[in-house]
Ligand binder design. Structure first.
Ligand code: SF4
Length: 361
């Protein structure tokens, strides 16, 4: 059995660790490129959302290289995620690929049961340890990303934060025990503290809301965070991989409580769950205003149903709470120059608003 899975930010590092520890041979799909996008787009229904096309491209590239078992996520309404696995399976089979596809539902019991399929000889204790190591890696990667988001727009020497990030990815990928992940954490925090920061700089603060795949995958969002940092903006993503796992998979009490609060906040504008993260996009726009952020950027794949609903509500929210919102929809046609121009215009607007009234000309 040679296991593969889709890319989404740092997800492949976490899943590679998990399945390797379970004793499987793992084949990480090649890094995403234009070719991955073209492959996925060519064989997908035209109007399906971008994550479907990209993950299909990942699977095709991995199957070409010898993978024979695909692990992907399941899902339940009301958006299209729940159909991904079945439709992709059919497309790949029609293309002549021979493989097994395992769709893991966002339910912890289902996850454990499926993992037993991959590691029938492993004890529950060993499976638990595989989980722990993968979880430790995921948490460290996310913690470092949060730190870097603050450092990037303040660094004296451009590229310092990026260098630490590359070292983080390599070191975490190679770690084989929770103890070594802890040691890497201490080492990386020292490196972060050693980055020289410009004094007296107070960057604009922008929160990113929207659909998780676009938010987390730099190939798709065109390195949004780094691009904004280059314009002197500190970016805060409202969801990282660990938030998704704790909230949707583990259903931690703190996340369930937080979702209730966010739902209450969004209620005057959107009174029910619409799938994906649409409701949270509304709520975070209000919450981030209360937390004194300067602006919101909503990112989503073109045709993403939950985010299109949110997009149509956000102008009213923006007006009511006086929070500028930029929406960016991504698909296979999205060009770098167009996104950059819109970001520059938005940052100019935020900078203008941040000046005292007397200084606005
Ligand atoms: S949340 Fe949006 S992008 Fe994701 S599967 Fe649903 S419709 Fe597609």
């Amino acid at each position: 059995m040679i296991v593969t899975f889709p890319h989404m930010g740092t997800l492949s590092i976490v899943l590679k660790s998990l399945f390797s520890q379970l004793g499987c041979q793992v084949l990480v799909p090649p890094p995403m490129t234009r070719h991955t996008m073209e492959l996925g787009t060519q064989f997908s229904p035209e109007t399906v959302c971008l994550p479907f096309k990209m993950t299909l491209g990942n699977f095709m590239e991995a199957l070409e290289q010898g993978a024979d078992t695909i692990v992907t996520c399941g899902g339940c309404g009301p958006c299209r995620l729940g159909y991904y696995a079945a439709v992709q399976q059919k497309i790949l089979a029609e293309r002549g690929y021979r493989f097994t596809m395992i769709a893991i539902e966002p339910n912890l019991i289902h996850v454990y049961k499926q993992l037993k399929y991959f590691a029938p000889q492993k004890s529950w204790r060993e499976i638990y340890h595989a989980f722990r190591l993968a979880g430790a890696k995921m948490n460290l990667l996310d913690d470092i990303q949060r730190e870097l988001a603050v450092i990037r727009p303040r660094e004296m020497k451009s590229g310092s934060a990026e260098r630490v990030w590359r070292q983080t990815v390599t070191a975490v990928d190679l770690a084989e025990s929770c103890q070594s992940v802890q040691a890497i954490r201490a080492e990386l925090l020292e490196k972060l503290q050693a980055i020289e920061l410009a004094q007296g700089v107070s960057p604009l603060r922008v929160a990113v809301v929207g659909e998780i795949y676009v938010m987390l995958e730099p190939f798709i969002n065109q390195n949004l965070e780094q691009c904004l940092a280059g314009m002197g903006v500190e970016t805060s993503k409202t969801m990282l991989l660990s938030d998704y796992v704790r909230g949707h998979l583990l259903r931690r009490r703190s996340y369930v409580e937080m979702f209730k609060q966010l739902s209450a906040m969004a209620a005057p504008y959107l009174g029910h769950y619409v799938g994906g993260h649409g409701l949270k996009s509304i709520a975070y726009t209000i919450l981030k205003k209360q937390q004194d952020y300067d602006g919101i950027i909503q990112v989503y794949p073109f045709t993403c149903m939950p985010e299109v609903i949110a997009k149509n509500i956000l102008p009213k929210v923006s007006q009511d709470v006086d929070m500028p919102v930029l929406t960016l929809a991504y698909d296979e046609q999205t060009g770098e120059a167009g996104i950059r121009t819109r970001l520059e215009a938005f940052v100019d607007l935020l900078r203008y608003r941040s000046k005292p009234a007397a200084a606005r000309v």
